[in-house]
Design a protein around this ligand. Structure first.
Ligand code: FES
Length: 105
């Protein structure tokens, strides 16, 4: 499944991610700048924060209560902010576009 990461400086990286993994795991495996994933995906650090492209916003499952709560602690949260460790990769996300923030903490 193809996932596109656009860094805050506009540089773009496209990765081929394994289905079943989380977007955070795939980003860390592929050394995507801007995704840290400090807690390893337990939804307790918010350093996997990224912005979902508008075209994709409606296609993702809405954030869980835990995710919404953790997101409040992330930097520069916007309406399209998500924690990427809570997004499970599957074929329906092929071509997903995410923008990574300048910093996570
Ligand atoms: Fe820690 Fe997502 S990796 S909240």
């Amino acid at each position: 499944t193809k996932i596109v990461f656009i860094a805050h400086n506009g540089s773009e990286r496209v990765i081929e991610a394994e289905d079943g993994k989380t977007v955070m795991q795939a980003a860390v495996d592929n050394l995507i700048p801007g995704i840290v994933g400090d807690c390893g995906g337990c939804c307790t650090c918010a350093t996997c924060h990224a912005y979902v492209d508008e075209r994709w916003q409606g296609k993702l499952k809405p954030p869980s209560e835990d995710e919404a709560m953790m997101l409040e602690g992330a930097l520069e949260v916007k309406a399209n902010s998500r924690l990427t460790c809570q997004i499970q990769i599957g074929p329906e996300l092929d071509g997903l576009i995410l923008r990574t923030p300048e910093r996570q903490f």
